[in-house]
Each structure stands twice: as C-alpha cells, then as structure tokens.
Design a protein around this ligand. Structure first.
Ligand code: ZN
Length: 442
C-alpha cells in the first residue's frame, strides 16, 4: 500500500507552490495558452489573455515572481487564482490540484490539512492571513508589479515608479483634499483611475526617499527627468503634488509619464518625463478599437482621451501635445484607420493644431472630420467640461464637420478674435489648394 502523504496548507507551502511551479507551465498546460517569450531565462512571457477577447497579447506572466497581469481586462493573480478560475475550484481544491499534479517529486495523495473552510478563494485565505501578507505575496504585489518586456532600459523603472505613484493615489484619495477636488473636477471615476494606472505624486520627495540609496537607479531617474538637482547640488523630485498619467504603448510598456499640476498656481501645468514623447497617449487601450472601427478620434490632452474612453468611446488617442514632428507624423499615418476625427479645443491654439495636423493628413489622402466645440457664454469649453453634461457620442455626431466647413464654422464663431482670423483663412487657402490637387471634396 502506498503511504499517504499530507501537505498542510500553510504560508510556507503556499510559498513553495508559487516558487516551484512555473506559472507559464500552468498557462500552457491548463489553459492552452500560446506563450511569447519576453525573456526566457527570467521566465517572462506574454500571451493573448484567456479571460477576455484579446487580439494582441495583453497578459504578462512572470515565473520568477509567480504572478500574471492582463493590461486589457485587469485580470491578475498567481497559480492558485488561475486554477480557481480555470477549473471553478475553491482554494483548497486548487491547492490540492497543484500539489498533486505539479509538485511531481513529492507525489502527494491528499492535501486535507487546512485551517480554512471550503468555497473560499485564495484571496479570502489571504485576507484571513493578513498579518502574514508579506510571506504569501499577493494581489497588491500583482497590481503594483508591471515587470514586462524591457527593450528600453527605462521601461521597467517607469513601471515601478508608476506603481509607486499609483499606490500613493489610492492611499491618499480619501484624505488629500487637493487630489480629491481635482479628481472630482475632472470627473474621473475610481474605475477609470484604476484602468488607466493614474497615480499621485505627493508634495514631497517620494522617489528620493524610495530610491535614494540606489545610485544607479537615481542616475536613471535623473536622466529621464524624474529627479532634478538645484543650484546647491541637492536632488529633489520633479513631480510634486501632481496627478500622474502614465502613457502605455500598445504592448503595455510605459512610454512616458505626464504630471498634471493640482495646484492652479503651479508654473507648469504639465510636466513630462524625457522618454518617448513622440508617442501618442492611449494606444494601449484603443488600438484594437481603432482597427475594429477603422477610425480614430484624436484629442489634444490625455485627460480628454480618458474622458471619451470613460464614456465608452474607445477608439481614441491623445496627440500628446499640439506640435507635430516628423516622427509623430509617421506614427499618425501608420495608425490602422482610414478615418481621422480631430477633437481639440476650438480656440485659436486648438484650431491651429487641428488644422496643421489636418493638412498633413489631407496631403496623404486621409478621410478627415473635425469636431467644433462652440464657446459658451464667451468661455472656452473642452471635452472634459462636456463630460457628464452631454452624451459625448451624440455631441460628436452633432458637431462634426468636413475640413472646409469646420474652417467656416470657426471663422463665423466667437471662438477666435477678429484679429486672428487671417491665420485660419490661410489654412482655408491651403485646403482649397489640396482639394484641387488631390481632386478631393473637402
Ligand atoms: Zn485580459
């Protein structure tokens, strides 16, 4: 008779299962996932998410850390939560299953010695064991752990910093009046904050105190502009009392961080890291929708794009500023969309940017529409102002124009001053030229 062995459910054994069983193996064997290696020796992979309809691989796996995270639907967890989901098991069943089938050399028959009731999930167990949370390693870590593809040397660091700012936001959101007021003013819901990995840089040297003893990291932070040095040679955090908006590329890597001042007195409304600013904001969330609808809505600011996505308009990117470089132009043209809809502020600055970008697109024969936002009571209105007051989809449909009609709309409105109208009229002449050359009706 084979001797029966027992493996007790304990933090130690949980840790052992997480450490010894390769999460990537479980994805392959139990979920038939096709893994794309990011770094095989470190056990990092990505795959199409098995929990949502994922066109591009959004789910990242780290064997070393024993965690997975999907940037598309937010699913995250470890081997236990994965088995729970795949097999509809409770935690005890998952523990049994993993120990029996994957701790090969132990060959356990039963795993019955547990101190929790059935029908509980791993996360319930974790909650009960809160005091020993550190040993078990979990959800917080998964959520704050974006270790993924790292072709750029700063990518990983930017993720860590994003996680740090994010944790700070959730810690302070209920007590920090500045933060709360700003988030309310911008009508950002907690779901949105979570989905877009928005964070908060407190009015202190958060990064310095976190990384101060690590010279190598400190240098990187300095290089990408997150740490600065004053005349006295003292280092300080660049982002202070700012809402932090990370821009993820289509693969889920952080391209850059935007720090929006919460204090209206602040000299610079927006600050950026020095990384990959030529990229657009939002592609990570919108790429599949842009392809699906063969069209893209382009806003000027990141929060405008977020506002639209919060309202369910998903094929959106932010141009990330108003200037158009060669690199940005090429990126714009490489989007998998035939129709471009520009939706900037309709004041002079916004209209100028829209028309400059339009010119580039028209020269490439793109189908183009522009949204006009009339001033209200002589005041500028922007997408975020409209958010929550009107149905944005209907608003776009109602206020969308052909390029030349848009120009007339601007010229006949109070959105710009009389003395600036010649600037817009110059665009009109250019557009008429393009229209003749390309035989397009604009
Ligand atoms: Zn997913």
């Amino acid at each position: 008779m084979v001797e029966k062995k027992f493996l007790k459910i304990s933090d130690e054994n949980i840790k052992r299962i997480i450490n010894e069983i390769k999460l990537s193996d479980i994805f392959e064997k139990e979920a038939n996932a096709t893994l794309i290696p990011i770094n095989r020796s470190e056990g990092r992979y990505k795959t199409r998410c098995i929990f949502h309809n994922d066109k591009n691989p959004s789910l990242f796996i780290s064997d070393k850390k024993g965690v997975y995270h999907c940037f598309g639907c937010g699913s995250s967890g470890n081997v236990f939560t994965l088995i729970e989901k795949l097999k509809n098991y409770d935690f005890v069943q998952s523990f049994n299953y993993l120990a029996r089938n994957y701790l090969y050399y132990d060959n356990y028959d039963y795993v019955v010695k547990h101190d929790i009731g059935r029908n509980k999930s791993f996360n319930d167990y974790k909650k009960e064991k809160k005091s020993e949370q550190k040993i078990i390693n979990n959800k917080e870590k998964v959520e704050n752990d974006y270790e993924i593809n790292n072709k750029q040397i700063y990518s990983e660091l930017l993720f860590d910093v994003t996680a740090l700012y994010r944790a700070k936001l959730f810690k302070e959101i209920n007590t920090n009046q500045d933060l709360l007021n700003y988030v309310k003013k911008r009508k950002l819901t907690l779901t949105t904050i979570s989905k877009f990995y928005i964070g908060y840089a407190p009015n202190e040297n958060l990064l310095l105190s976190e990384y101060g003893n690590d010279k190598e990291t400190l240098k990187k932070l300095f290089d990408i502009g997150l740490i600065r040095q004053n005349e006295k040679g003292q280092f300080y955090d660049t982002f202070r009392n700012r809402l932090i908006i990370p821009s993820l590329d289509e693969n889920g890597q952080v391209d850059f961080l935007v720090g929006r001042a919460l204090d209206s007195e602040s000299k610079f409304k927006y600050l950026y890291t020095k990384t990959k600013l030529e990229n657009f904001y939002g592609l990570f969330w919108s790429k599949e929708y842009i392809e699906k609808y063969n069209s893209v809505v382009i806003t000027e600011g990141q929060i405008d794009a977020i506002s639209l996505m919060q309202e369910g308009i998903n094929n959106v990117i932010s141009f990330n500023g108003s200037s158009i470089s060669e690199a940005k132009k090429n990126k714009l043209l490489s989007l998998k969309a035939d129709t471009y809809i520009l939706f900037f502020d309709s004041d002079l600055a916004g209209s100028k940017s829209m028309l400059t970008i339009s010119k580039e697109l028209l020269n490439q024969g793109k189908y183009l529409r522009l949204v006009f936002i009339p001033f209200k009571d002589g005041e500028k209105t922007d997408i975020n102002d409209l958010c929550g007051k009107v149905n944005l989809r209907d608003y776009i449909i109602k206020n969308i124009y052909r390029p030349l009609d848009f120009i007339d709309k601007i010229l006949n409105s109070k959105n710009i001053e009389e003395k600036d109208k010649h600037i817009i009229e110059n665009f009109k002449n250019d557009f008429i030229e393009i229209s003749k050359e390309r035989k397009m009706i604009l």
